[in-house]
Design a protein around this ligand. Structure first.
Ligand SMILES: Cc1cc2nc3c(=O)[nH]c(=O)nc-3n(C[C@H](O)[C@H](O)[C@H](O)COP(=O)(O)OP(=O)(O)OC[C@H]3O[C@@H](n4cnc5c(N)ncnc54)[C@H](O)[C@@H]3O)c2cc1C
Length: 269
């Protein structure tokens, strides 16, 4: 998959500045500090590695290398000393104040990142390492199909905030509940379809997958060459990509699909 990488990268230590509940299933954590001057912010769906202290650690330990060698460094640390590492979208970046917002889905204490976001306080330490953007519309695109579950909501909101006025897009966003809807300001040619889950036991992403498949089958999506950005629980982007490519003749190169998480599996130990 094509990814626009940052020009320079550094391991950044930052601290929590503010924590603000955003909606029923989201919390915004703002992190800041002078080392954020070394974070190459690209906007759109850019993600960052987030390093968090492991249970029982009083201080954050993290790799130091500013090149790909950090991965080896990370795995050479004994598991008990290694920080937790997860991927999150850079939702906002304030270059003046050197602050970054990250919007965490609150999915309880089942994962270290979600649990951390639920209990963190100003002053807590966090590590960051800039990753790239995978939203890269192909030249010649006539309209865009953006589909995600709640984990991709921050990425899609950031993409829409930067949308050019002439953008034509159909956007399908599945959220845990009605109260997680947002009100983005979008160009006239953009239709945002909110899909709140009615069944709390349903697999996140399944409603969005079924809804878009139905719209494709009914022929009620725009005509012309699309660029598709699909992200969320793995079954959503992989399943929808298959339908688009195999059944609707969409060019593989015009589909960006990213599994943001996997139901029943931790991102890593
Ligand atoms: C490029 C990229 C950008 C991302 N941006 C964001 C973002 O901005 N905000 C965000 O919240 N997430 C985002 N994610 C997803 C996030 O990295 C995963 O959800 C991650 O697994 C959360 O870590 P955890 O420690 O909370 O749970 P883990 O330890 O990874 O998993 C523990 C358990 O929780 C379940 N789980 C994990 N995530 C979810 C979820 N979202 N809903 C319900 N159950 C879940 C797993 O299936 C597992 O059973 C992004 C992922 C990628 C790859």
């Amino acid at each position: 998959m094509r990814i626009r990488q940052p020009r320079h990268r550094a391991m950044v230590r930052a601290h929590v500045v503010r924590v603000a509940p955003l909606s029923a299933h989201f919390v915004t954590v703002t992190v800041g500090g002078p080392e954020l001057a070394g974070f190459d912010f690209l906007g759109l769906d850019q993600c960052t590695r987030v390093f968090l202290p492991r249970e029982g650690q009083s201080a954050l330990r993290m790799p130091t290398a500013a090149h790909n060698g950090w991965i080896a460094q990370y795995y050479l640390m004994p598991l008990s000393e290694r920080p937790h590492m997860r991927n999150y979208t850079v939702r906002r970046f304030d270059r003046g104040r050197l602050e970054m917002d990250i919007e965490f889905v609150s999915h309880g204490d089942t994962g270290p990142a979600s649990a951390w976001a639920g209990r963190t306080e100003p002053g807590d330490e966090v590590g960051l390492y800039a990753e790239g953007c995978s939203y890269l519309p192909s030249p010649g695109t006539e309209w865009q199909l953006l589909v995600g579950d709640e984990s991709a909501l921050p990425a899609v909101m950031s993409i829409l905030e930067e949308a050019p006025p002439e953008l034509r897009a159909e956007v399908f966003l599945e959220v845990p509940g009605e109260e997680d809807r947002r009100r983005p300001v979008v160009p006239d040619g953009v239709n945002v379809h909110w899909l709140p889950r009615e069944d709390p036991g349903a697999l996140p992403g399944a409603l969005a997958l079924e809804t878009v498949r139905e719209r494709l089958a009914a022929g009620t999506l725009p005509e012309g060459r699309p660029y598709c950005f699909l992200a969320g629980e793995k079954a959503l982007p992989t399943g929808l990509r298959r339908t688009l490519v195999k059944e609707h003749g969409v060019n593989r190169a015009d589909v960006t699909f990213v599994g943001y998480w996997r139901h029943g599996a931790a991102a890593m130990k």
